[in-house]
Design a protein around this ligand. Sequence first.
Ligand code: AMP
Length: 354
Amino acid sequence: MIPPGETIGILGGGQLGRMLALAAAQLGYRCHVFAPERDSIAADVCAEFTCAAWDDRKALETFAKSCAVVTYEFENVPVEPLAAVKVAAPLHPPRRALEIAQDRFTEKRYAEDLGGVPVAFAPVGTVADLRHALGRIGLPGILKTRRDGYDGKGQQRIADDVAAHDAMHAFAGHPAIYEAFVEFEAEFSVILVRGADGDIRFWDSAENVHARGILSRSTVPASPLVQSQIADARGLATRVAEALSYVGVLTLEFFATPLGPLFNEMAPRVHNSGHWTIEGALTSQFENHIRAICGLPLGDTSLACKGVVMDNLIGDAAHDWAQILSDPANHLHLYGKAAVRPGRKMGHVTRLLL
Ligand code: AMP
């Protein structure tokens, strides 16, 4: 067990790290952020900050030596240099979880091997592969880079052969996957925390609405259709967590279809669709992640109210902070990002149904 007062290392300097650090501070821990960018909104609320490149092994090792445990908030941390971290401090969740989640093909295969049902998919490296995938899966579909895509980046919808041809040229040299375009009824996420002793707890599943590939709103409770598919989805999430001897918060995202839940992707970390848990659950995803990686008993994940709606503040929407605050029921979170950019997550607002 890592007692309060110790230092927790966080790889990645964004809003997830910031909210993890705030939860860690509440429990009496110090945090040390490692991130390559100078402006880190996580480092702004932490005791220590190492600004260095992801492949700077010396810096990673020195960083890890200053920490009792290391975690990550950014999914695209290069896995290979993390060997230097593991020598100096325990790393949770495991490196293998990152490795799987970083590659859209590997993660879908992994879920399939554990009995999950992913969207129809095929790896695409060449024009011939794409032709083959189109023949097997059909149109419409989505071509996605296997790596480094997030919030809808690195994706292109394909409605016809001309679009397929154009997309292949745009993706040239980037390994990709082709997926069937799913006419889903709804999207939802399953978020669990697994403690060092194997104890697993779930939060209520949020129904999620995306706009241009970016999460826009999460609502709890989810609709009856989603509710009817949660047990299945939780089963897969449990098998993933157990197979990986996972410690910390794990998220799986699904499409709810009339035929059952289709697995979309997993994130080995706290998740945007769980931000509502800060006010809406008895213990937030951030606090339970800290508890898990430090070997503390997990907190109760039950809903603290009748329901919750969480809206992301994307780009200019963050300028409305004064108006948002004029309603005393709104819980406003701003991430402290200096520059507003279209499509950038600037904050979120949570409202509880009491
Ligand atoms: P992703 O980065 O794969 O999570 O995609 C972001 C969002 O794009 C998803 O949450 C969906 O709203 C949409 N999307 C991604 N893949 C598909 C698909 N195969 N069919 C329909 N919508 C999709």
